[in-house]
Design a protein around this ligand. Sequence first.
Ligand code: NAP
Ligand code: MG
Length: 453
Amino acid sequence: MSSSYTVVNPATEEDVTEVEMSDLAMTDALIAKAADAYPAWRDVAPGERARLLRRFAAVVDEHIEELAELEVRNSGHTWGNATWEAGNVRDVLHYYSAAPERLTGHQIPVAGGINMTFHEPLGVVGIIVPWNFPMPIAGWGFAPALAAGNTVVLKPAELTPLTAIRLGELGLEAGLPEGVLTVIPGKGSIVGERFVTHPAVRKVCFTGSTDVGKKIMAGCAEQVKRVTLELGGKSANIVFADADIAKAAAAAPGAVFDNAGQDCCARSRILVERSAYDEFVSLLEPAVKGVRVLDPADRSSEMGPLISATQRSTVQGYVEGTEVAFSGSAPNGPGFWFAPTVVLADDPQQPVWREEIFGPVVAVMPFDDEAQAVQLANDTEFGLSGSIYTRDVGRALRVSRAVEAGNLSVNSHASVRYWTPFGGFKQSGLGRELGPDAPHSFTDVKNIFISHD
Ligand code: NAP
Ligand code: MG
């Protein structure tokens, strides 16, 4: 039995629309359709596949405003973020449209003949997307997967299906054949799990919580199914006393409160060298109070609401019993609002310091020297991203190499650029997305030897 889900605007708590959710039978039918579409898509000439992806990018570009408006209403993302996110899908499609014509193998010298390698597509790829960045995370999966010659089934999060559904329609409008990119709204426990168990799905790309990621990895083991995991984070922002403290303090709110902290790369732990601690905290206060937390439909809003009432109560739970230094503002009335909050931490065992909060809460702690900063930064099961603020080039390099995380930035909090690889160390993930090599992770290498005789 299929059912429907009511999408709610998190800024107003008003109903937006109803979405039909796929049940198991519908999911199986759509996976079968993607499997049927695969041989023809695999055999589309590289230049033609490239042209179709460029056309898809162009159609997305023509619909940036519409997609952004949908995301503002469905996810409470600010207008600025939502337009960036739609533009990111366009750019990632453009970037990987160059891949079909460059997916070259090797010719390897061997005795008695000729040896060649090929990057063969896998078949149907299943992409499971969380609610925090519905558009970019979808695109980081489907663009390189399609470029490499796979067909894609994509499950958006139940809470945020609208932009994914629209992107699926735009793909068809751009000329992708039926079944090449299929968006299947539904529950994780039904549609998502079916991607893991269905034998026609040959790879699962999962972004979401570490707990669900572990289950998916275990499930994929049954069929030795390829899997990429992008999981949680508890990233550190390390500020040394020799840094431009004003710049570091001004940047810190953006590094954690962007998307209301619902960002796996959020720098939700700030480590400050003790001699600069008071100055940093005093400069952080006006920066946090200055964050414009407004209805995301207001184009000057810098931070919107949390995604749901449940998420808000989870975030609230982390703040209770802690020492709140100061907080910013948030609207009253309807909407799942939570003001940006700064907590002073003194014990690395405190949940606010250890656990991923996924909300606008940051914990600040002093440190005494470089070795202790690295030790505290690495005292976590996660390893996704992080920042280092210092003017000392040697220290920047030493600390960047010592922090166990996949994506570090020095004097910056940029995490994700589509030109460069993205992913986690430790329990933050497995495999990498984006960057020049992403299409390879949607292929298996085939080696062919041809005898001279
Ligand atoms: P989640 O519960 O793990 O869900 C993520 C996706 O998986 C959703 O589409 C969900 O479906 C689906 N799902 C749930 N249970 C499943 C199962 N048993 N089998 C297959 N699919 C299943 O995470 P979330 O609550 O949406 O997102 C927050 C978490 O994601 C945070 O921990 C955050 O750090 C992490 N995250 C990581 C990254 C990264 O790049 N590393 C990016 C974004 C988010 P439904 O919810 O629709 O049922
Ligand atoms: Mg969940």
